[in-house]
Design a protein around this ligand. Structure first.
Ligand SMILES: [Zn+2]
Length: 414
């Protein structure tokens, strides 16, 4: 299928990114920002207009919709497709997309008048896109392909299937949710109400990405109590909380930091340090694909605090931990059928599946643990979360193809 088959795909995408749907880390509202609520409300109208049924907004802000089967086959699985509507923590106001047609794979692309450029020498991924039509930012905002590309692809696929009832498929479910970027959106995803047997988030990067393993993730807060006295008479009396914080960080293995790890290597990442000699706080995130190593990393912090307290003779260092999400591979590995189906769909379309563990999480990490197996498919975006973000129209069309193919492959009437 070529992109010309999906007339509405790019117009839809360009319309969605015009709306600033940045989520708000500091908010206690669900969804975290009013713009997301408004966007989801408009989306509900659109889902009804294209002919989806049972369009409903759940109490956690998620928008659900159904598409009944066109196949008479009994016992077909119900398959879900999920995308998030919020964008990352970077300017998302007044997005002015640029369209670069028939990119030559080597030129430097000026991002508007911003002085920023997409340069293949800096971003070698650009070289893959010779002959493609790229959508970029003007350098002042992010693009929002993460995950408005996924939203546009899923809705375009649904629209296409509705217009082409001759394509046989089983029952389908669609979900669009808030607050993925602040790690909250899928916390209470109602898998029962959604009613799928398995699902896919369409929230990955370049062509072919198919992900079924993520990090295990925890956050650690380290609270340090010092003892501050005048520095002139401090000998033997002062306990400098900031010094303890520095010592604590230096006691961790130097290699196990984000900037020194890749592949399946995990880490402790110090994301915040502040304080005075009197008291200090540190925040870490802990990541590892391997569950046991992940648990060991959490233990290491607890043991380190114990050692400090022992040698100080006082309880001055306190670690509190909380788990954020788990590696969905732990569950998906027990039944790889959804992954195999996506692989088959891509292969049939001439797309080489790229299966690598995500060095991060997806909404699927949470949704899978809530009982709905949910690997992640590519949506097409590159350099996500900033001004260098871009996406190729051809890859967005390919992602739409994959969704349609997965839906139809589940039947035997291919
Ligand atoms: Zn995303």
């Amino acid at each position: 299928m070529s992109k010309t088959q999906y007339e509405q795909l790019i117009p839809r995408f360009l319309k969605y990114i015009k709306v600033n749907t940045q989520s708000d880390e500091g908010s206690n509202q669900v969804p975290s920002s009013p713009n997301q609520v408004a966007f989801l409300k408009d989306l509900a109208q659109e889902l009804k207009a294209i002919g989806l049924s049972n369009v409903r907004t759940m109490s956690d802000g998620y928008l659900f919709a159904d598409l009944p089967a066109t196949s008479d086959q009994a016992d077909l699985p119900t398959i879900g497709f999920i995308a998030h509507v919020d964008t990352a923590d970077f300017n998302g106001e007044n997005i002015q997309a640029q369209i670069v047609e028939n990119y030559d794979g080597q030129s430097v692309i000026d991002l508007g008048d911003s002085g920023y450029q997409l340069d293949p020498a800096v971003f070698p991924s650009l070289k893959k896109y010779a002959g493609d039509t790229l959508i970029t930012t003007d350098g002042t905002t992010l693009l929002g392909a993460d995950d408005k590309a996924g939203v546009a692809e899923i809705i375009t696929a649904a629209d296409y299937l509705i217009r082409h009832p001759e394509i046989k498929h089983g029952p389908l479910r669609f979900a669009f949710g808030p607050d993925e970027e602040i790690g909250k959106g899928a916390n209470h995803f109602d898998t029962e109400a959604f009613g799928a047997d398995f699902a896919y988030t369409v929230d990955g990067g370049p062509l072919g990405e198919l992900e079924w393993e993520t990090f295990n993730a925890a956050a650690a807060h380290v609270q340090i109590q010092g003892q501050n006295v005048h520095p002139g008479t401090a000998k033997g009396a002062m306990v400098n909380a900031l010094q303890l914080a520095v010592d604590f960080q230096l006691a961790l293995p130097v290699h196990d930091r984000p900037e020194k790890t890749e592949g399946r290597e995990g880490f402790w990442h110090l994301i915040k340090l502040n304080g005075t000699p009197d008291e200090a706080q540190m925040d870490y995130i802990i990541r590892d694909h391997d569950r046991q190593k992940f648990e060991n990393r959490k233990d290491t912090l607890i043991k380190l605090a114990d050692q400090f307290n022992e040698s100080l003779g006082q309880d001055r260092v306190k670690v509190s931990l909380h788990d954020q999400y788990y590696n969905m591979g732990e569950i998906l590995k027990n039944d790889l059928a959804p992954v195999e189906l996506a692989k088959e769909a891509m292969t049939d379309l001439g797309i080489t599946p790229i299966i690598e563990p995500v060095r991060g999480g997806t909404d699927g990490s949470k949704i899978t643990f809530l009982g709905l197996p949910t690997p992640n498919l590519f949506a097409g975006g590159e350099n996500m979360h900033g001004r260098y973000e871009y996406v190729a129209e051809e890859v967005m069309a390919a992602a739409t193809d994959v969704i349609i193919k997965i839906a139809s492959l589940a039947t035997s009437e291919k």
